[in-house]
Design a protein around this ligand. Structure first.
Ligand code: TRP
Length: 334
């Protein structure tokens, strides 16, 4: 048989612009975004419509969104290999979200653990958008007929709901939506806090030493790793009560490609001081070229805007097909 080209599966993912990004975001998610571009047809967005479910200062918000876009490009998201845009620039997200909200039950949304958590944390602003947040997410995914969605534990329930909404709609109107599957990337480091390694690394931690920002200066990165919490065993090896060392080994492995055995052998007979310095240096080596590219990109506003509008145009083309089908099926003139 002739070589028939296999159609690549389509992936959709988005990240909320909520301030600076951490090493955890990079090793846990963004690095996979970059890797997936070769294997899949990727559609990526900054989820800025999701972000306004929490009150934002307009100027800082716009800046944050642009910085996120530039940082993702600096990390290797390639506008020529994927479609990469700001969610707000493609109106179909909001349009489909409304339609899908009428196929989503109040009870289902009430059961979303993220809604319960967020409404407890922002008790003064439990807005309807916070409640219907998952229908907008379903719209993001279904609009592009995505086959796969890379999800962490925190978004699993939302993807499950997306699948239910798609099934429900398809059950009534025929096969309109691709029902997306979760995609668990091959390499997905879960980076923990450097101060309390039983907690996930988070930039909202009060202790600045607990997280590495992608924009941290090398000297700051080295300092934070030197003060990282370890244990009193003085053995660079994995163990049950060695959350700190386990985390540093994860980070070191992710940044150098070294296996656990190689790391253990490398630091046999050496102290934690040497190991922490090596981890810091490995992280600096990964982040320095990213920071150099970021500093160039962030100065070039015109270029960033051009990339985003080009991405939005391509996204809108794909989105239009779905939205036209949906409106027609439901009986909405367009
Ligand atoms: N809600 C996601 C988060 O906070 C971001 C997001 C928005 C997303 N739309 C999406 C993720 C669609 C995957 C698919 O992390």
């Amino acid at each position: 048989m002739e070589n028939t080209p296999v159609k690549k599966k389509r992936i959709f993912s988005a990240i909320q612009p909520s301030g600076a990004m951490t090493l955890g975001n990079y090793l846990g998610a963004i690095r996979n975004w970059v890797a997936m571009q070769d294997e899949f047809e990727c559609v990526y967005a900054t989820a800025n419509l999701h972000a306004i479910t929490v009150r934002q200062d307009p100027k800082a918000f716009k800046q944050n969104t642009e910085q996120l876009y530039a940082m993702l490009l600096a990390c290797g998201v390639d506008k020529d290999k994927c479609i990469f845009f700001h969610q707000s620039m493609v109106p179909a997200h909001a349009e489909l979200s409304w339609v899908l909200s009428t196929f989503t039950q109040f009870g289902e949304l009430s059961r979303m653990t993220q809604f319960k958590d967020k409404s407890a944390r922002h008790a003064d602003n439990v807005n309807a958008g916070l409640f219907t947040y998952p229908t907008l997410m379903a719209a993001d995914i279904l609009l592009y007929q995505a086959d796969l969605v890379p999800v962490g534990a925190d978004q699993k329930q939302h993807l499950e709901l997306t699948r239910n909404i798609a099934d429900r709609f398809n059950g009534i109107y025929g096969n309109v939506f691709t029902v997306p599957e979760p995609y668990i990337p091959k390499q997905g480091a879960r980076v923990m806090s450097l101060v309390d390694p039983t907690k996930k690394m988070s930039k909202s931690d009060d202790n600045q030493k607990s997280f590495i920002l992608l924009t941290d200066q090398p000297s700051v990165i080295m300092k934070k790793f030197r003060s990282a919490v370890t244990d009193s065993e003085a053995c660079v090896c994995r163990g049950e009560n060695k959350a700190g060392i386990n985390n540093l080994m994860d980070i070191y492995g992710a940044c150098t490609g070294k296996s656990d055995e190689e790391i253990v052998a490398e630091f046999e007979g050496k102290g934690y001081g040497d190991f922490k310095t090596a981890v810091g240096e490995a992280v600096v080596a990964v982040l320095e070229p990213i920071q150099a590219r970021y500093n160039e990109l962030i100065k070039d506003r015109k270029y960033l805007e051009k990339c985003a509008s080009q991405g939005a145009e391509n996204a809108a083309k794909l989105a239009r097909r779905t939205i036209e089908k949906v409106y027609k099926k439901v009986g909405l003139p367009r």
